[in-house]
Write a protein that binds this ligand. Structure first.
Ligand SMILES: [Mn+2]
Length: 325
């Protein structure tokens, strides 16, 4: 993957004109969202820019190891930013409460790899084929011959490692692997990232995972699997929504399963769904039917109201998807 020269020039021109830059990313941030935002902030500061980083939510437990993570704010400390850059974001409302700070900013740039629903911004660097936003940024920094510090490398490596499921998902391209190699050379702390992200399950999370697997439901010759976690289950396990990270992949790892979903009601009446699929099955389409989105093999959507209703609707959508592919 190489960055288009015109886009690279546009990136440089926008950065060149700006002195105060506001970076934003999506709510419920993952490793790519925060790794990209913080890595970009470190780069911009290294070339003398004033930078603030906003996110609707603060960093989840497993991402608190990220260098400079404490700088993330929900509200900017200063005004008059002359450029906003939003990363890893396909739709404006995913900025949550930070959206107003970007809506009225002088110039706006978007760097992302999702299938875009909306196309805000004056400059859009959107590479749908890229495994992670952090991969796009790594390629930009390489093309600009930028100095990549060890902290920047750890942030960017985290983005690529998490969005590729530690280089196991189908989006793991040769570009993702070679960028990871470059970042390791620059001092990315692979051991820290691996331990913090992939071997750091809370006890509450382990209990809830056990429950989700035990009560898992199967359909269509065991090709469809889904788990349902009610608010009561969360209370029983003393768990929060972030404890369910990765559960849906456990369902998809079952030999026969082609489409998997996890429905969870961490807060009463608010149901969040994660969808995963093997090649050939487009769960982003299912998610879009319910106002969500994502990638072909990894998507999500939300429901309000009864968990049983949400389950009924989502399972219908998944059945249709499985039958039509
Ligand atoms: Mn991403």
């Amino acid at each position: 993957m190489t960055i288009d020269t015109t886009l690279l020039e546009a990136f440089q021109a926008e950065i060149g004109k700006a002195s105060k830059i506001l970076i934003g990313t999506h709510l419920n941030p993952d490793g790519d969202a925060l790794g990209s935002a913080l890595g970009l902030a470190l780069y911009l500061e290294s070339i003398g820019k004033k930078v603030e980083v906003l996110c609707h939510h603060s960093a989840p437990k497993n991402l608190r190891f990220l260098p400079t993570v404490d700088r993330i704010r929900q509200v900017p400390e200063t005004a008059d930013h002359d450029l906003g850059i939003i990363v890893d974001l396909e739709s404006f409302d995913r900025l949550g409460t930070t959206a107003p700070y970007f809506e009225n900013i002088k110039r706006l740039m978007v760097i992302d790899h999702h299938v875009p629903h909306e196309a805000p911004g004056d400059v859009r660097i959107i590479e749908i084929g890229a495994a992670a936003t952090a991969l796009i940024l790594t390629r930009i920094f390489e093309a600009l011959d930028a100095e990549i510090s060890a902290d920047m490398a750890t942030c960017l490596y985290t983005g690529i490692a998490t969005d590729t499921g530690s280089f196991r998902f189908r989006n793991t391209s040769s570009s993702a692997l070679s960028a990871a190699a470059v970042l390791l050379e620059k001092g990315a702390n692979l051991e820290l990232v691996s331990e913090e992200i992939f071997q750091n399950r809370q006890l509450s999370s382990a209990r809830l995972l056990g429950h989700a697997l035990e009560t898992m439901k199967l359909d269509m010759d065991d090709r469809l699997a889904w788990g349902v976690l009610s608010h009561r289950d969360f209370e029983w396990a003393h768990a929060t929504d972030e404890d369910t990270e990765g559960f849906v992949n456990e369902l998809l790892s079952i030999e026969t399963v082609q489409i998997a979903a996890l429905l969870r009601e961490a807060k009463p009446g608010k149901i969040r769904c994660s969808l995963r699929s093997r090649r050939g099955f487009d769960v982003a389409e299912v998610a879009r039917e319910f106002g969500g989105g994502g990638h072909k093999n990894a998507a999500g959507c939300n429901f309000e109201g009864s968990l049983a209703d949400a389950e009924h609707q989502l399972v219908e959508g998944m059945r249709k998807c499985l039958a039509s592919s």
